[in-house]
Design a protein around this ligand. Sequence first.
Ligand SMILES: Cc1cc2nc3c(=O)[nH]c(=O)nc-3n(C[C@H](O)[C@H](O)[C@H](O)COP(=O)(O)O)c2cc1C
Length: 352
Amino acid sequence: MPLIPAPLYRGLLRPILFSLDPEVAHHLTLSMLSMMPPLPVAPDPPELHSSLWGMEFSNPIGLAAGMDKDAIAIGAWQSLGFGFAELGTITPRPQPGNPKPRVFRLPEHHALINRLGFPSEGMEAVAPRIERARRGATRIRLALNFGPNKDTPAEQVAADYTVLMTRLAPLADFIVINVSSPNTPGLRNWQSPERMRELFGGVSGAHPPMLLKVAPDLDEPTLDLLCDTAIELRLDGMVVCNTTVKREEVGVTSTETGGLSGSPLRDLARTRIATVYRRTQGKLPIIGVGGIMNAEDALGHIKAGASLIELYTGLIYEGPGLITSMKKSLTNLLRREGFRSISEAVGSAART
Ligand SMILES: Cc1cc2nc3c(=O)[nH]c(=O)nc-3n(C[C@H](O)[C@H](O)[C@H](O)COP(=O)(O)O)c2cc1C
């Protein structure tokens, strides 16, 4: 799979996959990836290396949450060249998610709409897979993304996150607390200072770095408040951002409900990344995600303030060779723009 060049993917494989229902295509691809033997990956150029939270990242490109919710293809993400993979959203108990159909392609926009609602095999199914990968040849960083079960009453949601932390935190390089999916009723209400204090105030003892994933649909004052609260609660970073419920504002006309991802999200995500970077004065590492389809998009998010970036929809439209080609182009772009490393480029747009 990783050796499939972009023209072959666009000309042959993508039309076949796009003739199938999006979720069927997703599961087919994922099971093929899960069976792939580990492939040797060329070392990343030194310009792409970075160090965050005392950890080395061989390159800044990560798999965004949602692609490998149940951690079944960990080895493949390394073989495709990612520097890290965010697995999940993982819920405490297994749950089926929303009724189908619940994923829709918008090919003319290079976008997707999904209202999956956290289908998850649950943390007990996922844990042994991560343990196995850790014992095996997996060297890339693994982030785990946590969400509550749909039928968990509001007053128990914080307890769901605690249960996930207790069971899975020891297996994670870092943790992403997802309070920004538009597809679990009430979840986005947790994006408030009071609720954040409730969620994170009880976390004590040693744990891996903990990040908050936010929606692009928060207005700027609310986002500013969340940044202040994240600093107050000593969170380790923010993932900016999840899918959007906006349509016309981002140039899309579709009546399907759910979260929109892909190209139309890019500029909105970048604006939110810049807001978080400015408000936190670069003190809180940001993972920039939303609408990245190529190296220029990635560097744009980095220059706006992201220390690492992630993508999902880009992989659907550009194929598995995207990561290798992005790393090459990103290295060239950095050199051309006079940056000796990713960290030199982080937030450089905010300083000009
Ligand atoms: C089909 C699909 C499922 C997703 N599932 C999750 C999820 O379970 N948890 C989460 O935090 N984000 C989820 N996301 C959001 C992505 O992680 C990412 O934030 C968003 O798609 C924007 O990035 P992109 O434009 O590169 O796709 C999902 C996205 C898609 C397209």
